[in-house]
Design a protein around this ligand. Structure first.
Ligand code: CP
Length: 312
């Protein structure tokens, strides 16, 4: 199968065949990170720019490690040290980056749609590493990879997503991706954190947290995105933890072999208790490990692999 797209911008624009191809490629990439010499020459001579205008630990580092494991050259540019602080526009900045002939620009931006706008202005590939509240496709794909690894497939799984749905690009990408791959997605949050019409993305809204996690095969917890909230949307952290936090008693309501996930960064004691985050059912660090393999797959697909030649 050939991957024809120039960019990876969101999950909505990927069909199930493309998602499966990315997940299969990522699974094959995983073994490279387990070798004594964690490097292959696949993307030698390619240049990848990491253009992050919001803080990141997992996404930025795993994209950088992924590029280096494939022997690509990487350079980073942050908002605070770029000429954006001198008034240069995002589009002018991107056109200037393109003038240096990169093969891929990985970008994170606080505005929804920023990656889409830039993708239309430059010829190199754009990978969206998170844009506002809109999309975080590589996170959703690594979440799907992690679920598939444990459960074999997403088809027919009951997946609960709990937290600040309104401000979470991970929630939007996961709801779309999980439902596209055949899972039944149920969400739960305070009313102030559920956007109108969210069901149209492919989920149902549970009446409370216990109902949401009952019988779940997978529970995905999300943090409260205070940096995107204009007003205070809940009375106190203590009340939030009591009504919407995942604790051992709530885990018991789910299937015996439930897996607990979190895209990070997590706020222990708020949306998730430490006893759960550090328990055997937690896949939180497995998600991070899979993030490297998944991002290697994305680089391979857009810059070195099946866009340029048949892979089968
Ligand atoms: N999951 C995620 O996007 O984490 P970072 O913000 O640390 O990249």
């Amino acid at each position: 199968m050939r991957f024809e797209k120039k960019d990876i911008l969101d999950i909505k624009s990927l069909d199930t065949g493309e998602i499966t191809m990315i997940l299969d490629t990522a699974q094959g990439m995983k073994e490279i990170s387990e070798r004594p010499v964690k490097k292959v020459p696949t993307l030698r001579g390619k240049t990848i720019i990491l253009f992050f205008q919001e803080p990141s630990t997992r996404t930025k580092l795993s994209f950088e490690i992924a590029a280096k494991r494939l022997s690509a050259d990487t350079v980073s540019i942050a908002k605070s040290s770029s000429s954006i602080v001198k008034g240069e526009t995002l589009i002018d900045t991107a056109k200037n980056l393109e003038a240096m002939n990169p093969d891929v620009i990985v970008m994170r931006h606080s505005s929804s749609g920023a990656a889409h706008v830039i993708s239309k202005r430059v010829n190199c590939s754009i990978i969206n590493a998170g844009d506002g509240i809109h999309a975080h496709p590589s996170q959703s794909l690594l979440d799907m990879m992690s679920i598939r690894e444990k459960k074999g497939s997403l088809e027919g799984l009951n997946i609960s997503i709990v937290g600040d749905i309104s401000h979470s690009r991970v929630a939007r990408s996961d709801i779309i991706g999980f439902s596209k791959m055949g899972a039944n997605v149920t969400i739960c949050a305070p009313q102030t954190m559920i956007p109108m019409g969210i069901e149209a993305l492919g989920c149902r809204v549970a009446k409370n947290m216990d109902a949401c996690v009952e019988g779940a095969d997978v529970i995905m917890m999300l943090r409260i995105q205070r940096e995107r909230q204009g007003n205070i949307l809940f009375p106190s952290e203590r009340e939030y933890a009591s009504l919407y936090g995942l604790n051992p008693a709530r885990v018991k309501l789910a299937q015996k072999d439930v897996i607990v996930m979190h895209p990070g960064p997590m706020n222990r004691g708020v949306e998730i208790a430490s006893e759960v985050a550090d328990s055997d059912c937690s896949m939180i660090l497995d998600q991070v490990t899979n993030g490297v393999a998944l991002r290697m797959a994305l680089f391979y697909i857009v810059a070195g692999g099946s866009r340029h030649a048949d892979s089968d």
